[in-house]
Design a protein. Structure first.
Length: 335
């Protein structure tokens, strides 16, 4: 059986974490080079919440707190400010131009903990933060969504890495938070899914393992406080985080009008599909006209991914995709 070893630099919400080298056995046949994935480039690690010099605007949403200490060269983040811990919206500060910029002000946090240093320091990742926790679980669902699509399309070898991504790229980082939430069984369910899918065969014989793994992730997401799960700002920002990561993955997939990493193309599709599913699940949080606008914008954006199987040439350049995302970013960014 073949093995694939790689050092994965995983970028979670608000910081990057080196997860180390993991070895995973996949299908009996070695996947082609198109289906191998190297380490991701950092996307969110530069979300410093305060750069060098100057002052940024105040955070736009009331949950993000008021003005903290000024950024400067590692200025401290506000009075009794948080890093990422108690204030769930602090995890999404990087989504706002006003929250960072050159010398953005460190937002005040919730209770306890020290403010992450501005500028060079940034926010240390804190998976106990509900924003980080919820969004990384949603990314797990994105990997599984595209894995299922590929498998059902007859691309079983291409699907194998994606079934493993939740356990190999997210679980280790989230494990302390899962334990704190009393979530049990997720690791065994995710590993069982990888083992079940490795053998190939008809989807019907695999569906139960897939559903069990997906339900484990959904249960963990449901463990986030109900007031947050039903908060339109929290849900909108979770979608924005997925969309921002999707754009990054697509940028990694496409170069000079061709695909250089098909796996990243597939990851990005999974993240957009999951962001849309979050919207649909929480439709009641949005005014009807806004909801319809968002759905239409998702459909327009998804034209970049005609299917989980990558087309011969990209439908859109990364710049064109960024332009398609503008409507989603502008509408979701109101909250």
């Amino acid at each position: 059986m073949s093995h694939s070893s790689r050092t994965k630099l995983w970028v979670g919400v608000g910081a990057s974490v080196l997860l180390g080298t993991s070895t995973a056995g996949w299908a009996e046949a070695e996947p082609s080079a198109d289906y191998t994935q190297g380490g991701d480039s950092p996307l969110l690690a530069h979300a410093d919440h305060g750069g060098e010099g100057g002052e940024g605007g105040e955070a736009s949403h009331h949950h993000q707190g008021g003005e903290g200490g000024e950024g400067g060269e590692g200025g401290e983040g506000g009075e009794g400010g948080e890093g990422g811990g108690a204030n769930p919206y602090a995890a999404f500060d990087y989504l706002n131009a006003s929250a960072g910029g050159e010398g953005g002000e460190g937002g005040e946090g919730g209770e306890g903990g020290e403010g992450g240093e501005g500028g060079e320091g940034g926010y240390a990742i804190d998976v106990s933060n509900p924003g980080v926790y919820y969004t990384n679980l949603a990314m797990m669902k994105g990997h599984l969504a595209v894995a299922r699509e590929l498998y059902q399309a007859g691309e079983q070898a291409a699907a194998q890495p994606h079934f493993g991504h939740p356990i190999h790229e997210h679980y280790e980082m989230l494990e302390p938070a899962l334990e704190a939430h009393g979530v049990k069984g997720m690791e065994s369910n995710l590993k069982a899914l990888v083992e079940t899918m490795r053998g190939g065969g008809e989807w019907e014989s695999k569906a139960d393992a897939y559903t069990t793994a997906l339900e484990a992730i959904d249960d963990a997401m449901h463990d986030v406080d109900g007031e947050l799960r039903d908060d339109v700002a929290f849900q909108s920002r979770a979608q924005l985080a997925l969309l921002r990561q999707a754009l990054h993955e697509y940028e990694e997939a496409v170069d000079d009008g061709r695909f250089v990493n098909v796996v990243e193309y597939q990851d990005s599709r999974g993240f957009v599909l999951t962001a849309r599913s979050l919207l649909e699940k929480q439709a009641g949080l949005y005014e009807e006209a806004t909801y319809d606008e968002l759905l239409a914008a998702y459909e327009s954006t998804l034209e970049a991914w005609p299917s989980a199987v990558a087309p011969e040439t990209p439908v859109m350049t990364p710049g064109e995709l960024s332009a398609r995302l503008f409507k989603l970013e502008a509408t979701l960014g109101r909250y």
